[in-house]
Ligand binder design. Structure first.
Ligand SMILES: CC(C)(COP(=O)(O)OP(=O)(O)OC[C@H]1O[C@@H](n2cnc3c(N)ncnc32)[C@H](O)[C@@H]1OP(=O)(O)O)[C@@H](O)C(=O)NCCC(=O)NCCS
Length: 192
């Protein structure tokens, strides 16, 4: 389905822009589209936070799929401090990854990234959002709940790495195209 969606003109990116998606806040955090020049810094964070990090090549190939993907970075000055990704499949938006530099966590950057991805998903016609998260990853689950995600099931043995095997919690947020969801996002933005 993703391959078909890649060719579907409905998924053309609304704005192939270089500028910020969200301007600097009080902490100087800017959210903007991920570019090839960001990938080295992105992968440096990836290596710190994920037991099975994506390779530079995988990020590059994701960036090339512009019709169905949106990848964003959070930047402070020239430093990339976080990133996140969205894959559209028809009217479902899949959060493919989200991470914040361990030195910069708990400062609202993850929430800002997810806010921007959820807004992008709405622009692209998403009716629902979904993701997988490790059962043990309470921090991320708490973030997702704030954005209306609820657990719907478990994928057994989804994560396999040197540390062993772990199940994934599958979470969905429905009605993301609704006015209620827009209000939820506005409320989360105002809390930043
Ligand atoms: C998950 C992650 C992206 C959150 O980014 P962050 O910038 O630290 O999160 P924020 O500061 O925006 O937090 C937003 C909300 O998420 C929840 N949250 C984030 N970190 C938390 C933690 N360590 N413990 C409990 N709740 C947490 C809280 O509800 C928080 O709101 P609050 O600060 O008002 O309590 C970050 O912890 C991370 O990069 N983790 C490693 C990679 C990862 O696990 N990614 C998710 C894979 S599915």
């Amino acid at each position: 389905m993703a391959a078909a969606a890649d060719r579907d003109p409905r998924f053309a990116h609304p704005e192939q822009r270089d500028g910020p998606v969200s301007r600097a806040d009080g902490d100087g955090v800017v959210i903007e589209p991920m570019r090839r020049r960001h990938v080295k810094a992105v992968q440096a964070i990836e290596l710190q936070v994920y037991p099975r990090p994506w390779s530079v090549a995988l990020f590059q190939s994701e960036l090339a799929l512009r019709e169905t993907r949106t990848y964003l970075v959070a930047r402070i000055g020239r430093d990339v401090v976080g990133y996140g990704g969205l894959m559209m499949t028809m009217t479902d938006g899949h959060i493919t990854t989200i991470a914040v530099d361990p030195q910069r966590q708990r400062h609202g950057i993850g929430a800002r990234l997810l806010l921007a991805l959820a807004r992008e998903a709405r622009v692209r016609g998403a009716e629902a959002l979904t993701l997988e998260v490790r059962l043990s990853n309470r921090a991320a689950q708490a973030l997702y709940r704030k954005f209306g995600f609820a657990p719907v099931g478990v994928r057994t043995g989804y994560y396999q790495d040197a540390a062993g095997t772990e199940d994934a919690l599958i979470m969905w947020a429905h009605g993301v195209d609704s006015d209620d969801y827009a209000r939820l996002l506005d409320g989360l933005e105002n809390r930043q």
